[in-house]
Design a protein around this ligand. Structure first.
Ligand SMILES: CC(=O)N[C@@H](CC(=O)O)C(=O)NC[C@H](CC1(C(=O)N[C@@H](Cc2ccc(O)cc2)C(=O)O)CCCC1)C(=O)O
Ligand SMILES: [Zn+2]
Length: 620
């Protein structure tokens, strides 16, 4: 049906619309259950057969979505109630399923599966040892190594393994996603993704929030740069320039928590890395999950279900390829909810467990709503649930209470150490959380063309994060594909929004819990009042526009960076004092020296053979 006639149905009988929506809801639960099972089977056992089964299921559910859109469009909803209107409207945009041409729809599903597989199977092979996957092998090197050359080997190796070969797929993906978005009535896929935030000044709000937070980022950046300069020296660090991307403890420089030991403000004061305690106490994945589940329960929130424990995949299997990138799943049948995570026994993964369980909590709280309302008030809300609770869990007081920290000092130096660890995660993330979709929105609207995918990527990475690649990159590289969300078609601005919202939620829950004093000290553990405040908002799902949900939990309707800035205020003052002699920002156009070859010791087989032939030639 041409789009125009789809919008003007003639049936004005709201009772019939409500009856149809009820029937649709039952059919939708079955249809989406089937396609979710197929995706789960593929992601937990990557085989050609499972990949094809998933593609077939996605094509099938697309036909279901098209039919629902047609039926929803038969109604003239002009005089219907808000709720009926909202439900019918949500059925009129159907994502990839809007592609009319069946071959193109199948092609998109093939391209998506191909990109996901390539990333998940990516490996880097040293000359003399086991090939390393991203998790856990390369991730461990990026977080633990302090060897400039070794870090470069892992950083370049990963990009080489999953970048260039993804470029053709990605170019086609962009075309097909835009075709789907136009069929949904949007100019391009970036506009479609932004439409989920329902306010028309969304990008202005983001820019204002970013401007408000960048002074804090600039101070953290200058302080960390100075510390890295003391370690890596002037060959690799300029005190006025960007920081080499590979020495910040993370494959994408998006979290700097893993170099806390290099930048800890007060060495002899306590710090919150619980990894050694997790290992020493013999924690396994299940026990880490239990600690998180117990925290949710202590707030009176829903605990994980028997099916969750029976069917989740919480450790990397050793007998098959899986998508290790952690994720939470809602099977749409009001019964099956799972986490898939290749859990490593680390602080990072302990926090990730809370993040994933936050998604499950949201699923459980809204599971009795109509399917069309089973989502976050906006995608940022869904990302903020687990992180909000993790703000309480991460406090030294709480970690000590659950036996994950031996001793806790309660003084200024310990506070600054704690805030530094939180800033290395939360503040370091902000520019990355912002630029990921800035790059993609520009790709989808055509501002960035395939000829300059990589140059524009690094322009944003340097402009916002103040980082530079360890060696100059060219268009033969395709570095965006080295970050999961790009090949896996997962939008990202939700995480930037979450980093603002989670401090607003935390502040509101702390007040409900009766906390007084510094926000950084707040732990809502065991507060039924805090749990009720959050739970009542989660139950709304996406039945109302997100300012309503935000007002429900915080009392006001706008995103604000103030709670985040209040939380970090002691560190802001401390950094400003530390940086009094520093030049903030990275205005200087500078590139680091070429990294040394790695491994330096093992001479490559190639070189050996070259030398051998030269020696032989000289003997003749
Ligand atoms: C079926 C499905 O796909 N379900 C969705 C959930 C849903 O939509 O219902 C889902 O599980 N998505 C996976 C994704 C995984 C993670 C992630 O990708 N994180 C970002 C950014 C970030 C950074 C700091 C931070 O504190 C929190 C997040 C990154 O690692 O860059 C990796 C570990 C943490 C979260 C996720 O859970 O969001
Ligand atoms: Zn998430």
């Amino acid at each position: 049906l041409p789009s125009s006639s789809r919008c003007q149905g003639t049936n004005t009988n709201e009772t019939q619309a409500i009856q149809w929506l009820a029937e649709y809801n039952e059919l939708a639960m079955k249809a989406y259950f089937e396609s979710t099972v197929a995706s789960w089977s593929y992601q937990t056992d990557i085989t050609d057969q499972n990949e094809q089964a998933m593609i077939d299921a996605n094509v099938k559910v697309a036909a279901f979505a098209k039919e629902a859109r047609t039926n929803a469009s038969l109604f003239d909803m002009t005089n219907f109630s808000y709720d009926t209107k909202r439900q019918l409207s949500k059925l009129k945009t159907i994502g990839d399923a809007a592609i009319e041409d069946q071959d193109k729809l199948e092609e998109l599903n093939n391209v998506l599966a191909g990109m996901e597989s390539r990333y998940s199977k990516g490996k880097v092979c040293p000359e003399d040892g086991e090939c390393l996957s991203l998790e856990p092998g390369l991730t461990r090197i990026m977080s633990k190594s302090r060897n400039y050359a070794e870090l470069n080997w892992a950083w370049q190796g990963w990009r080489e393994a999953v970048g260039p070969s993804a470029k053709e797929d990605y170019k086609r993906y962009v075309e097909l996603k835009n075709i789907a978005s136009v069929a949904n009535g949007y100019a391009n896929n970036g506009d479609y993704w932004k439409s989920w935030y329902e306010v028309d000044d969304f990008t202005d709000q983001l820019e204002n929030l970013y401007q408000e937070l960048s002074p804090l980022y600039d101070n953290l950046h200058a302080y960390v740069r100075r510390k890295l300069y003391d370690i890596y020296g002037s060959d690799y660090i300029s005190l006025k320039g960007p920081i080499p991307a590979h020495i910040l403890g993370n494959m994408w420089s998006q979290s700097w928590l893993n170099i806390l030991d290099l930048v800890l403000p007060y060495k002899d004061a306590s710090s919150i890395d619980v990894t050694p305690v997790l290992v020493r106490e013999g924690y396994d994945a299940r026990r880490m999950f239990n600690v998180s589940d117990e925290f949710f329960g202590s707030l009176g929130l829903k605990k994980m279900t028997p099916e969750f424990w029976a069917e989740s995949m919480i450790e990397k299997p050793d007998d098959r390829e899986v998508v290790c990138h952690a994720s939470a799943w809602d099977f749409s049948n009001q019964i099956d909810f799972r986490i898939k995570q290749c859990t490593d026994i680390t602080m990072d993964d302990f926090i990730t467990i809370h993040h994933e369980m936050g998604h499950i909590e949201y699923y459980l709280q809204y599971k009795d709503l109509p399917v069309v309302y089973r989502g976050g008030a906006n995608p940022g809300f869904h990302e903020a649930v687990g992180d909000t609770l993790a703000l309480s869990v991460s406090t030294p007081k709480h970690l000590k209470a659950v036996g994950l920290l031996d001793e806790v000092q309660d003084d200024y130096e310990a506070d600054i150490n704690f805030l530094m660890s939180m800033a290395l995660d939360k503040i370091a993330f902000l520019p990355f959380g912002y630029l990921m979709d800035k790059w993609r929105w520009a790709v989808f609207d055509g501002t960035i063309t395939p000829e300059n995918f990589n140059a524009e990527w690094w322009k944003l990475r340097t402009q916002y994060q103040g980082i530079v690649p360890p060696t100059p990159r060219t268009e033969a590289n395709f570095d965006p594909a080295a970050k999961y969300h790009i090949p896996s078609d997962t939008p990202y601005i939700r995480y930037f929004v979450s980093h603002i919202l989670q401090f607003q939620f935390h502040k509101a829950m702390c007040e409900a819990a009766g906390h007084t004093g510094d926000l950084l000290k707040c732990d809502v553990y065991n507060s039924q009042e805090a749990g009720k405040l959050l739970g009542d908002m989660l139950k709304m799902g996406e039945s109302k526009e997100w300012p309503e949900a935000l007002e429900k939990i915080t009392g006001n309707r706008t995103m604000t960076a103030q709670p985040l800035l209040d939380y970090f205020q002691p560190l802001i003052s401390w950094l400003e004092e530390q940086n009094s002699g520093e030049q903030l920002g990275w205005a200087e156009a500078w590139t680091p020296n070429e990294p040394p070859v790695w491994p330096s010791s093992a001479i490559s087989a190639h070189q050996t053979s070259v030398w051998a032939s030269v020696v032989l030639a000289s003997l003749v």
